[in-house]
Design a protein around this ligand. Structure first.
Ligand SMILES: [Zn+2]
Length: 108
């Protein structure tokens, strides 16, 4: 499962950054176009966090809406799926919504 490897990477990155301290809270940004299921991440995160500095940490998921700009007319559009075309027929360039990163975290 794709989400499991993401959760593993997030837990590892947080444990490393905590440098021995306990992680209390992790804020993760997930773009709506990142093709990642927040519920699956939550589940895998708890699983991966066991026996690490991240165990018991609260996972807060920040939903980033998808946004694209038309390559032809420059019009900005909101996107819920990574595929689409502008009303003018131009190709869309995604400018937001593909995020998948740890925004910040709180340590004890
Ligand atoms: Zn356009």
């Amino acid at each position: 499962m794709h989400e499991l490897s993401i959760a593993t990477a997030v837990v590892e990155a947080c444990a490393e950054r905590a440098a021995g301290a306990r992680v209390l809270r992790v804020r993760l940004e997930i773009g709506r176009l990142a093709a990642v299921m927040p519920d699956a991440i939550r589940f895998c995160f708890d699983l991966c966090a066991q026996d690490t500095a991240v165990e018991g940490a609260a996972l807060e998921i920040l939903d980033i809406p998808g946004r694209a700009v038309c390559a032809s007319c420059g019009e900005a559009t909101d996107l819920d799926t990574p595929i689409g075309r502008c009303l003018c027929g131009g190709a869309l360039r995604i400018v937001a919504g593909e995020e998948l990163r740890v925004k910040d975290m709180e340590i004890a």
